[in-house]
Write a protein that binds this ligand. Structure first.
Ligand code: AMP
Ligand code: ZN
Length: 119
C-alpha cells in the first residue's frame, strides 16, 4: 500500500504524528481532530484495510492492537473510569481512512454509543 495510504505514511515517518506508544508491530498516535479529552488511534504497522480483513488475515496481530490500546488506556489513566474502543468499518460506519485503526476514546463521559437510536 505504502505511499497511497495516509497511515502507512505515518508508520514510515513521512507524515508527522504525535506517537504515544510503539511496539514492533503496532503504533498509537493522537487523532488530529480529537472528539474526547483522550482520542488516540491504534494501528498495526502492516496495512490492512479494516478490522474485518485484519481479524481474518492475522488474528494474533489484531490481538496486539488490542493490547497496545489497553496499554495506552492505562498510560492515559482510563482504566478506572472506563473508555471506548471503536473500529469504524466500511460505508455504514463512515470509515474515512482505509488502514485499520482503533479509536481509543476517554477522559470524560462519552454519551450514548450512537448519536441516534436506529433500532
Ligand atoms: P475513521 O472515520 O474511523 O476512518 O477515522 C479516521 C480518523 O483519522 C479521524 O478521526 C481523523 O481525525 C483521523 N486522522 C486523519 N488524518 C490524521 C492524521 N494525519 N493524524 C492523525 N489522525 C488523523
Ligand atoms: Zn496503510
Amino acid at each position: 500500500m505504502g505511499s497511497d495510504c495516509l497511515f502507512c505514511r505515518i508508520v514510515a515517518g513521512e507524515i508527522p504524528a504525535t506517537v504515544v506508544r510503539e511496539t514492533p508491530t503496532t503504533l498509537a498516535f493522537r487523532d488530529i481532530s480529537p472528539q474526547a479529552p483522550v482520542h488516540v488511534l491504534v494501528i498495526p504497522k502492516e496495512h490492512y484495510a479494516d478490522v474485518a480483513t485484519l481479524a481474518q488475515g492475522d488474528p494474533a496481530l489484531a490481538g496486539e492492537v488490542l493490547a497496545t490500546a489497553t496499554a495506552v488506556a492505562e498510560d492515559e489513566g482510563l482504566l478506572g473510569d472506563g473508555f471506548r474502543l471503536m473500529f469504524n468499518t466500511g460505508a455504514y460506519a463512515g470509515q474515512e481512512v482505509f488502514h485499520v485503526h482503533a479509536h481509543l476514546l476517554g477522559g470524560a463521559p462519552l454519551g450514548p454509543m450512537l448519536a441516534r437510536n436506529l433500532a
